[in-house]
Ligand binder design. Structure first.
Ligand code: SF4
Length: 217
């Protein structure tokens, strides 16, 4: 069964994504790494919701709390505020890829692909770039697995010792999970999960609530 490390942005976004990946036959492990969530108490609320969702789904999750470093995020987007989401995605996808490689996962992916509010195509392209050209294909069975019937290569010598298969770099598993949007919202409400009102960073919080400032002037 192919193993996928799934970056979790929050609990509600994980529900239908985990279900759909399991339905495809993947063994799913979550990864909670989000230094873009500000402030810290908001991070803790979303972490708790991710944990509650994971318990409901019996999903193992790697929580990287020691690597929650908002300075890292600030440096990644500094002077690039207009295109900050690209660099924010890159920071988290590159981290997920590294953890997936260390853990011998076949794939990595992200629940950001579930959101209707994120730049879906940018995340897809970036994930594939981060994975690199030598990564496993995200379109079907793992490349290099099983006999290559089309190659016409001679059958291996049964007496020869088995060769150890070179492990491929983890591929970026792209799927469009947005069709589960409404169902994910309904289920997260039924489960009583915390649902955030802004994307995550302090700039997105400002954009969400700046109307309150404007009303004062
Ligand atoms: S708006 Fe969201 S995706 Fe964009 S930089 Fe902020 S936290 Fe990251």
């Amino acid at each position: 069964m192919p193993r996928v490390l799934l970056h979790l942005c929050c609990g509600p976004c994980s529900i239908t994504v985990v279900r759909d990946l399991r339905a495809e036959g993947f063994e799913v492990t979550g990864l909670f790494y989000n230094p873009n969530i500000h402030p810290l108490r908001e991070y803790l609320r979303r972490r708790e919701a991710a944990q509650q969702a994971a318990e409901r789904m019996d999903l193992p999750v790697i929580f990287k709390d020691a690597d929650y470093d908002p300075v890292l995020w600030l440096r990644a987007v500094a002077h690039r505020e207009a295109n900050r989401c690209f660099h924010c995605y890159h920071l988290r996808l590159e981290y997920a890829r590294a953890i997936a490689a260390n853990g011998n996962f076949d794939y990595f992916s992200t629940t950001l692909l579930y959101s209707r509010h994120q730049r879906h195509d940018t995340i897809r392209d970036l994930g594939r770039d981060v994975a690199g050209p030598d990564a496993a294909s995200d379109m079907g069975p793992l490349a290099g697995d099983g006999p290559d019937a089309a190659s016409g290569a001679p059958a291996p010598d049964a007496a020869a010792p088995p060769k150890k298969k070179a492990r491929r770099a983890p591929g970026f598993l792209y799927r469009d999970f947005r069709s589960g949007w409404a169902e994910g919202i309904e289920t997260s409400k039924a489960w009583g999960l915390y649902r955030q009102q802004y994307c995550a960073c302090l700039l997105s919080e400002f954009e969400r609530y700046q109307g309150e400032l404007k009303r004062l002037s």
